[in-house]
Ligand binder design. Structure first.
Ligand SMILES: O=C[C@H](O)COP(=O)(O)O
Length: 248
């Protein structure tokens, strides 16, 4: 049985003060469920947020990390630095990183390996553009991303991985893939994982949907068999909405 996982990806929003208040506002409201709550926050918030969630079951994630332990990489943050403050998860390969910061499947693959080396669970993002969907290439694109991104990872690690299927055309646009469309692609990703590994891994791996998820549509999305959670951007910025998302 896969534990549902709702992750709020704050992107480059809020302040430390607002972030800590957010945790204060949600902590009792999200703790009574069997849903895992994750907050993906900017680097400068992480230490304060780790303190704020102490004693709760809320997990804190970074939104990116470098694939080397240390070195001359100005402006970057490493996995051991994140581990030093007890970070549990890290978003890797978000489409905004791929689009604006030239991330490739090759760097994403290195980052996944690096995260697992430090016992940080990656939330791997994959998804197609509108043009790719309209030309019927969704499965092909998503498969090529998944295959390249998890190459060389052994089955024990892939079982722990979280994948977020985020069609790029549905991110921040208000256009949600229908729950059926999302489930079809997510079921297909599960098949890809099964072909690469085995039934057990494909049954264990958690796969989220992301793209304009909000309190009004989360339940319909979560009702789908293959969807194990949501990676939520805009609608995760208000505590009241996040509480509704986790208690879908
Ligand atoms: O990481 C989250 C996704 O990019 C979705 O963002 P959104 O919920 O604002 O569409």
């Amino acid at each position: 049985m896969r534990k549902p996982i709702i992750a709020g990806n704050w992107k480059m929003n809020l302040t430390i003060k607002e972030a800590v208040k957010f945790v204060e506002d949600i902590k009792y409201e999200v703790s009574g469920t069997d849903v895992e709550s994750v907050i993906c926050a900017p680097f400068t918030f992480l230490k304060d947020l780790k303190g704020a969630v102490e004693g709760t079951n809320i997990k804190i994630a970074a939104q990116n990390m470098h694939f080397q332990d240390s070195g001359a990489f100005t402006g970057e943050v490493s996995a051991p630095m994140l581990k030093e403050i007890g970070i549990d998860y890290c978003v890797i390969g978000h489409s905004e990183r791929r689009q604006y910061f030239a991330e490739t499947d090759e760097t994403v693959n290195k980052k996944l390996k690096q995260a697992f080396k430090y016992d940080i669970v990656p939330i791997l993002c994959v998804g197609e553009t509108l043009e790719e969907r309209e030309t019927g290439k969704t499965n092909e694109i998503v498969k090529s991303q998944v295959v390249a991104d998890i190459a060389g990872l052994d089955k024990a690690l892939v079982s722990k991985l979280v994948i977020a299927y985020e069609p790029i055309w549905a991110i921040g646009t208000g256009k949600t893939a229908t729950s059926k469309q999302a489930n079809e692609v997510i079921a297909y990703i599960r098949e890809v994982v099964k072909d690469l590994y085995d039934d057990e891994v494909s049954e264990n791996i958690r796969i989220q949907y992301g793209g304009s998820v909000k309190p009004e549509n989360v339940q319909e999305i979560m009702n789908e068999d293959d969807i194990d959670g949501a990676l939520v951007g805009g609608a995760s910025l208000k505590a009241a909405d996040f509480i509704k998302l986790v208690n879908f």
